[in-house]
Design a protein around this ligand. Structure first.
Ligand SMILES: C[S@@+](CC[C@H](N)C(=O)[O-])C[C@H]1O[C@@H](n2cnc3c(N)ncnc32)[C@H](O)[C@@H]1O
Length: 603
């Protein structure tokens, strides 16, 4: 996102062309010299035009934004054509066409590999032919339009497991899965018997690794548990796309060589039902990552091999000895990371991560495996951070955020956890101020978008959150919020998790780990102001347009300085936008309320 000049429009008659050209080259040269190598043609031109502004300039009060509706010749030069229909489900950082270029080791080719800047698509992603406005929540949990996600692999390959069934124009989701072909609710009931903390508000956040069509996460929503369903873009065609089409929180991802984009000690529960992750291989590296993201006292639930091997081994085409060995290896690994077997019945086994740091003392012995991690990598560093074969030991003060100590949901929503003290300028006072402010702001948003709070808005993303205040203010509405904290911003995501909300780290200079048309509402608070020195605004707009559903909304809360660029880019991505006052009435801060149109590719 490059800043723009904000000065009155350029008049060619007032200055000589020579002087302008000279200024152009001097400014671009200076910009290059200063390391602003990503200065786009447009920004360079504007730099020349004004002779004062550089790409990293932050908005200041003395600049005067151009009027929202007045277009300059440079603005007119920006245009985004339609991408070909073959891009209808384009996920730039996990593009199946590129998989062959990346390593097969630990399925690393399914991890994020974003295109370099010169290969980025600057076109608008069309919806598939016959696309319809998605079915609304809660009906969407049980059915979606076939044409919106027109992929049959799961229907054909998993028909005996009842993940989904195609009937006429719709896919139906009967709630089946590999380990629960007879329905997820019965399966979760069994789990609740093993973990009573699932029904009293103790467990609030969960992650389902290898989620299929996210029926487990969908069922838990009714029980007050908010799950991030995670799976790669693999042969289980469009599984995460189905999940989001259903209105269930989900993200593309894989446990492979890089840490998952979540802070340490955050999820209350992690689940894998036959998720094909080789937990005991590669020195237990996958389990080490689960250990990192689970909060002290958090639960890890496994169903499927090698659990219940005594009864099941025949059906798995293996030997009882082999499965017994696998189970013992798993037990040994988990024990070495300070997990304890908590409960087990039939196909479901539950382990609990220790709440107290005493257990980790055994790792002081240099001969233990896996060893304790040194302090070379921050426990929360999780954006393109390799998984290390060592145990991330929580610091002793994190016992205060252990599951048995933490307030239960919903009380924990309004509590600033101890982790706020690790954030620059973070304090309980700042947290409370933030919460009050977001309540006011959301009340105002509801007057601007009457659909907010209704079943029309289900999948919501707060693209640049601090403490999750926006999501907290919407917590009693029929929606869920993906809270995004920039990988370059202060690390506030642990506080978001501690209050019982979910989210991810992300860098908005890149594409988000999701399919096109997966969010109903995107909310941005000062994203352009805070990151304008790193990436181009047009790329952020194109990415927002990719992930926004047709008829979906964007609320852009920004310095008025960006008004002109926002208006220009919104027009280029074919959105309808209007500029509104902030609830404070401030002249400096404005709210842009935008809606994406439904259009179809010209074939
Ligand atoms: C057999 S399916 C099970 C799906 C679902 N859990 C169920 O019980 O119906 C295996 C799932 O694991 C996912 N998977 C395989 N390897 C994975 C990995 N390393 N990290 C995350 N998910 C993985 C697949 O994409 C798929 O969603």
């Amino acid at each position: 996102m490059k800043g723009k000049d904000g000065k009155p429009a350029y008049h060619p008659n007032r200055g000589s062309r020579v002087r302008m050209l000279l200024l152009f080259f001097v400014s671009c040269g200076l910009s290059f010299y200063l390391g602003k190598l990503f200065c786009s043609e447009k920004d360079c031109y504007e730099t020349a035009e004004t002779n004062t502004i550089t790409a990293i300039d932050k908005p200041t009060r003395h600049k005067f934004p151009k009027p929202m509706d007045g277009e300059t010749s440079q603005d007119k030069a920006i245009s985004f054509p339609e991408c070909g229909i073959e891009f209808q489900d384009y996920t730039p950082c996990t593009d199946p066409k590129k998989f062959k270029h990346y390593s097969k080791h630990r399925l690393s080719f399914f991890e994020r590999h974003c295109p370099p800047i010169y290969e980025r698509k600057e076109c608008l992603i069309p919806p598939p032919e016959g696309y319809k406005v998605p079915i609304r929540w809660p009906q969407s949990k049980n059915e979606c339009w076939y044409r919106n996600v027109p992929y049959d692999w799961i229907n054909k390959e998993k028909s005996n497991q009842h993940w989904l069934i195609k009937e006429g124009e719709k896919f139906h989701f009967p709630g089946g899965g590999t380990m629960f072909p007879d329905g997820v609710s019965k399966y979760v009931d069994q789990m609740v018997d093993l973990i009573p903390q699932m029904k009293d508000g103790t467990i609030r956040t969960a992650i389902d690794t290898g989620c299929g069509v996210a029926s487990w996460g969908g069922d838990l929503l009714d029980r007050g548990i908010l799950t991030i369903s995670l799976a790669p873009r693999d042969n289980h065609e469009a599984q995460v796309q189905f999940a989001l089409e259903r209105g269930i929180p989900a993200i593309l991802g894989i446990i492979s060589t890089q840490r998952l984009p979540f802070p340490s000690n955050s999820f209350d529960m992690a689940h894998c039902s036959r998720c094909l992750i080789p937990w005991t291989e590669f020195g237990g590296i996958y389990l080490l990552e689960i250990h990192r993201i689970l909060r002290p006292g958090g639960f890890w639930v496994l169903s499927g091999p090698p659990v219940n091997y005594q009864r099941r081994w025949k059906g798995w085409e293996t030997t009882i000895e082999e499965q017994k060995e696998n189970f013992e290896k798993l037990e040994e690994l988990l024990t070495s990371m300070c997990f304890k077997l908590y409960n087990m019945k039939d196909d479901i086994a539950v382990w609990q991560k220790t709440s107290s740091n005493a257990c980790y003392k055994t790792l002081d012995n240099p001969d233990t495996y896996p060893p304790k991690c040194d302090d070379g990598t921050e426990p929360d560093s999780a954006w393109y951070t390799p998984i290390r074969p060592c145990v991330v030991v929580p610091t002793p003060n994190l016992e205060k955020i252990a599951l048995p100590t933490l307030k239960k949901w919903p009380e924990r929503l309004n509590v600033a956890s101890v982790r706020i003290n690790q954030i620059l300028r973070g304090s309980e006072g700042a947290f409370n101020y933030d919460s009050t402010q977001w309540k006011m702001r959301v009340k105002h948003y509801k007057t601007l978008i009457p659909a907010l709070g209704s079943h029309e808005v289900r999948n919501v993303m707060d693209m640049n959150t601090v403490y999750g205040g926006f999501a907290a203010a919407l917590s009693s509405d029929p929606l869920w919020v993906m809270n995004v904290v920039s990988s370059y911003a202060p690390n506030t995501l642990p506080v978001v998790y501690d209050r019982g909300l979910v989210g991810t780290y992300h860098d908005w200079c890149e594409a988000f780990s999701t399919y096109p048309r997966t969010y109903d509402l995107l909310h941005l608070d000062e994203l352009f102001s805070s990151e304008s020195h790193r990436c181009e605004m047009k790329h952020v707009f194109l990415e927002m347009d990719r992930i926004l559903r047709p008829n979906g909304y964007a609320i852009i809360r920004e310095d008025n300085y960006f008004a002109h660029d926002i208006a220009t880019l919104a027009k280029r991505v074919r959105w309808n936008c209007r500029k509104e006052d902030a609830e404070s009435g401030s002249e400096k801060e404005k709210i842009f309320v935008c809606q994406k149109k439904l259009w179809f590719a010209k074939i």
